[in-house]
Design a protein around this ligand. Sequence first.
Ligand code: DC
Length: 217
Amino acid sequence: MIVTIDGPAGTGKTTIARSVAEKLGYDYFDTGAMYRAVTYKVLQNKIDLSNPEQLTPFLESFNFEIRSKNSTKRYFVDGEDITETIRSADVTSHVSEVSANATIRQALVRVQREFGAVKKAVFEGRDMGTIVFPKADVKIFLTARPSVRAERRYLELKDSNAQTTEEKVMQGLLERDHFDSTREVSPLVQAEDAHLVDTSDLTLEQVIERVMALIPS
Ligand code: DC
């Protein structure tokens, strides 16, 4: 059973995917973390995305690892724990551009499908139900009003970034959504057979309940 959860930033995908997977005894994959990890390394190594002579060897040697501890996951690149670093403002402001690159997407989609071989998993991202797992058993598309999404992201970020404001978060989020939804390769769109869940006026528990009700036992 493959469950996919797609949707824009701040809709609660990661928390929902983790909780639903835990309830079902499934594994879960946050594919945004993978795009963020690549972005972190692209910035660190100053990779020119338009130069295949730099990008191809970079992707071939990209060493991404997920280590599970209880129900949380930590992410490593070349042995370095990057779990927190990939949420930085720098990575966040470059991740849309990096994830619009077709060669990078091709490489990550291949890895995601390999992860899907475990058969019982919840995958969350932007193109899980449309491109990566078009035959997934259950597809969910989460939405929420922009003001609600911005407030959620702001609450997540404000302790680690005192400079940020809700307005700045909203602006960044809308720019990223626009870029993710209008890019040529695998844009963020709802799959035709996905169930739409608007989380604006629901508590986390209510969203989990709705999603659980869509998954056959
Ligand atoms: O879910 P997130 O905010 O951590 O995702 C970070 C970025 O990665 C997001 O702006 C779009 C991109 N992404 C993508 O293009 N495809 C995915 N499957 C997951 C994320």
